[in-house]
Design a protein around this ligand. Structure first.
Ligand code: IMP
Length: 202
């Protein structure tokens, strides 16, 4: 299969882009974001009801505009006590124009009175990959933890200060980039994807 030797990230989220570039840095291929290529205004309405649907929508729409291996990440936080909410709707949990603070506040409010042992949650990431010939692949990754009672740590983004990682008993917000990128949902998904990309490049 013939492909251009670069991976293009269909994401304008600078936090995600930084993490993905860092996690993929050992691959023998250039990794660039859509913004790096001048597609800053390119945006996709994430209106599918699954992470996979949104991830493929983001990758496929960009593949119509630019050549290369396109990947897109869609991630959600699934909280057991809230029947899986915010899930696919994690970005807009507190409304269409909600920011990270609004979403975190609503999450804490909705978990009011729920004891720590019932605050279990899972971050899930789906990475969609679209090649120049239109063929598609996906990889998934998870990270389990609990939602704390208040924010801890200044690092990361989104729900990171609330998500206490199982076994480490600290939030993603309290981790260095290296720590988060060694065990996060995104890291696990990209680790699975790397095996596939390796085969394509060879
Ligand atoms: P998206 O739809 O994949 O861009 O992400 C949905 C939302 O999930 C984002 O707006 C963030 O609030 C949150 N999110 C995604 N990835 C992470 C992460 O690694 N840590 C914390 N929150 C995240």
């Amino acid at each position: 299969m013939k492909t251009s030797r670069r991976i293009i990230l269909s994401s304008g989220n600078t936090h995600k882009v930084k993490e993905i570039k860092e996690i993929l840095k050992d691959l023998d291929i250039e990794v660039v974001s859509k913004d790096d290529l001048g597609f800053k205004d390119f945006d996709v309405v994430e209106d599918k009801d699954s992470l996979e649907g949104n991830a493929f929508k983001k990758a496929e729409e960009l593949s119509k505009l630019v050549k290369g291996i396109i990947i897109a990440d869609d991630t959600g936080l699934f909280v057991d006590a809230l029947d899986g909410a915010p899930g696919v709707y994690s970005a807009r949990y507190a409304g269409e124009h909600a920011n990270y603070k609004d979403n975190n506040e609503l999450l804490l409010k909705n978990l009011g009175g729920v004891p720590i042992e019932k605050r279990t949650a899972c971050f899930k990431t789906v990475i969609a990959l679209v090649l120049e010939d239109g063929s598609k692949l996906k990889a998934e990754g998870e990270c389990r933890g609990k939602i704390g009672f208040e924010a801890h740590g200044e690092n990361g983004f989104g729900y990171d200060p609330l998500f206490i990682v199982d076994g480490l008993e600290k939030t993603f917000g309290e981790m260095t980039d290296e720590e988060k990128n060694s065990l996060s949902h995104r890291a696990n998904a990209l680790r699975n994807l790397k095996n596939v990309i390796g085969e394509i490049l060879n």
